[in-house]
Design a protein around this ligand. Structure first.
Ligand SMILES: [Zn+2]
Length: 425
């Protein structure tokens, strides 16, 4: 069994929208109240309140405030777990010597959403190719919300949990589906052996000289983003115009994210479909972005913004591409070879004679002083990793990132309380 995440966009009508907002507010209220309780208990009594103590009060809350009942007890527990996780990560980072921010009170606007940790209290029905209906709530009060989205697992997929989020006024439903391995399999149309180098000038270069150009959003949307942010900087902080521009920036960020994800999905799918062996370097987290700093004679403009933007756009892209390649390669029975960058140094090694040829990032062509082999720099690197893939005993393991479990066990002092132990099982 594999777990896969599928996201649907929800199209609630006005009444349903209002009701969802009401639910979101209640979840937010619960979150803030639980946070306040933890802070108070510590300040006044030096006592720390754990997840299970807070969970055990939920029935009383529901008796006092009947509007909480229709949210579902597991969804309410999940919101308390979310707070507990925030505290756990806070303490973990304190322990590690970092300086994390203390868990914050959230306004309903900033509250991202809520989650049903198991298949109870909701049902997603697929209609046709892309349509769907999300039935949520219980009994006569249940809502049937129109949705759009699809997954390729057919009837075999068993839904596990549901997360409902609100982003810029849009509602999204993310469903984790448990799928049998055979339903995940991908058909492969080719058996090529390809080396692959991710770069900055071209997004990717193959060992046979083919390239994939950088996607258009890097050219088209980034200047727009810079322009919007520049306009926003001229407005008075907190004014209506400032906030309006802020919303536009956020929307554009999301658009870039969507374009990037779409591009990466298409490219990585094509790669694993046509290749039996695919070789690339292990993920580099640094040195991915060219600096915008410029030189002393010709300093760059907007250095910090550009550095941030470049880093974010490009490194998130390469991380995501690796992630997608890893699980898609497994699904298509393609062997994904990740070379050990430090040992192999693909960008400095000659693919013909295997000698190291140190050079700077600015040199775009590889000319070997030892054997005379000449090739574009990225293509040479792609050839090197492909040779590495054909050498036994090289490479590092490619591990797909596991999906987060919604019902992660909370660490708590009251874990052994019998009533809660049975509910958690
Ligand atoms: Zn050489």
């Amino acid at each position: 069994m594999e777990r896969r995440k599928v996201t649907f966009r929800l199209y609630p009508n006005a009444a349903e929208d209002a009701r969802l907002i009401g639910w979101l507010r209640l979840h937010c209220e619960l979150y803030n109240a639980a946070l306040e309780e933890r802070i108070d208990a510590y300040r006044k009594h030096g006592k720390s309140v754990g997840y299970y103590e807070q969970q055990n009060v939920l029935p009383e809350i529901k008796a006092d405030r009947p509007e909480f009942v229709e949210l579902g007890s597991h969804a309410l527990q999940q919101t308390l777990r979310k707070l507990d996780l925030a505290f756990q990560s806070f303490f973990r980072r304190v322990k590690a010597g970092q300086t994390p921010g203390f868990p914050r009170f959230k306004s309903a606007k900033r509250f991202s959403g809520f989650c049903y940790p198991d298949p109870a209290g909701w049902k997603l029905m697929q209609l046709g190719a892309r349509g769907a209906t999300l039935r949520i709530g219980s009994g006569k009060e249940a809502m049937s919300i129109r949705a759009r989205g699809q997954h390729r697992f057919g009837e075999g997929g068993k839904p596990d949990d549901l997360t409902i989020t609100r982003k810029h006024g849009q509602w999204l439903a993310s469903v984790t589906v448990r799928v049998p391995d055979e339903a995940c399999a991908r058909t492969r149309t080719g058996d090529a052996h390809r080396g692959l180098d991710f770069g900055l000038n071209d997004w990717a270069t193959f060992d046979d000289g083919q390239t994939i150009a950088n996607p258009r959003f890097v050219r088209n949307e980034l200047p727009r983003m810079t322009e919007l942010q520049r306009q926003q900087a001229r407005k008075k902080r907190g004014s209506i115009r400032y906030r309006r521009l802020g919303r536009q920036v956020a929307k554009l960020h999301e658009r870039i994210g969507n374009l990037r994800r779409d591009f990466l999905h298409k490219q990585t799918t094509r790669m694993v479909q046509t290749c039996a062996v695919l070789a690339t370097e292990e993920l580099r987290t640094q040195n991915m972005s060219r600096s915008a700093r410029g030189t002393q004679e010709k300093p760059g403009r907007m250095v910090r913004q550009k550095a941030g933007l470049n880093r974010e756009i490009l490194s998130a892209g390469s991380g995501m591409a690796h992630q997608m390649l890893t699980y898609k390669a497994a699904e298509a029975y393609t062997r994904l070879h990740l070379s050990n960058t430090r040992q192999l140094k693909p960008s400095q090694r000659c693919a013909a004679c295997w000698e190291l040829v140190p050079r700077t990032l600015a040199q775009r062509t590889h000319v070997c002083p030892h054997c005379g082999h000449t090739a574009p720099r990225d293509q040479n690197a792609a050839s090197v990793v492909l040779i590495d893939a054909h050498t036994p005993g090289t490479g590092v393991a490619a591990r797909p990132k596991p999906l987060a479990r919604q019902r992660a066990r909370s660490k708590s002092v009251t874990r052994e309380t019998p009533t809660t132990a049975s509910q958690d099982a």
